[in-house]
Design a binder for this molecule. Sequence first.
Ligand code: HEM
Length: 192
Amino acid sequence: MLRSINQRRILSNRYTFIGGTQGAWRVVRMSSFRGAGLRAVERIDIVTGDAPVPRADAWSLHGFTSNVRYGTRAEVTTLAARQPLLNRPEAGCAALIPIKKSAAWWGLPQDERRAIFEETSRHTAIGLEYLPAIARRLHHCRDIGEPFDFLTWFEFAPQHAAAFDELVARLRATPEWDFVEREVDIRLERVE
Ligand code: HEM
């Protein structure tokens, strides 16, 4: 019994982003910021739970939510107080930004990665400036045979699209981004 409850909990943190012709999110623009892009598609469908059977006309990216890696108690508390939920009715815009970091990044010990991520690059501090306008969910996918390490997902209202562009530009200018070797930027609008 306990085992089946645990299995359900594990499955429910899995997400598949399917790029193709179906789904609630229409692709507005799609570009490669660094490295190889992804095949252009019309829609993105997001499936929660067990990975669906791959569709011939589409690509699929798999990820899962996980525990905090770098956040301190103070950062986690501030984030929890400020970050909005996904699926707000006014949040008609979204971004899916799959990211792969370099072998040099993964070769660093945890404390040095944290130092670059926050003390040098101020990732959380910069991101917090854009809350609660931007809702987010981070999916991990390193070590599961996926082409990226992270699938980052953001939702916001149309009037915050320029602020989101500014946020992305600020993060890309930080030392953390020296370790990003592949990044695809997919902007979306909700159709349902
Ligand atoms: C909306 C404001 C944002 C906030 C508040 C925010 C906050 C955070 C936090 C707290 C983490 C670390 C989680 C942990 O401790 O494990 C994180 C990780 C990450 N974020 Fe952001 N972020 C924001 C925007 C962005 C944007 C716009 C991008 C992409 C362009 C991005 C890409 C990433 C990536 C790739 C990671 C994983 C880094 C790693 O583990 O190496 N974030 N973010």
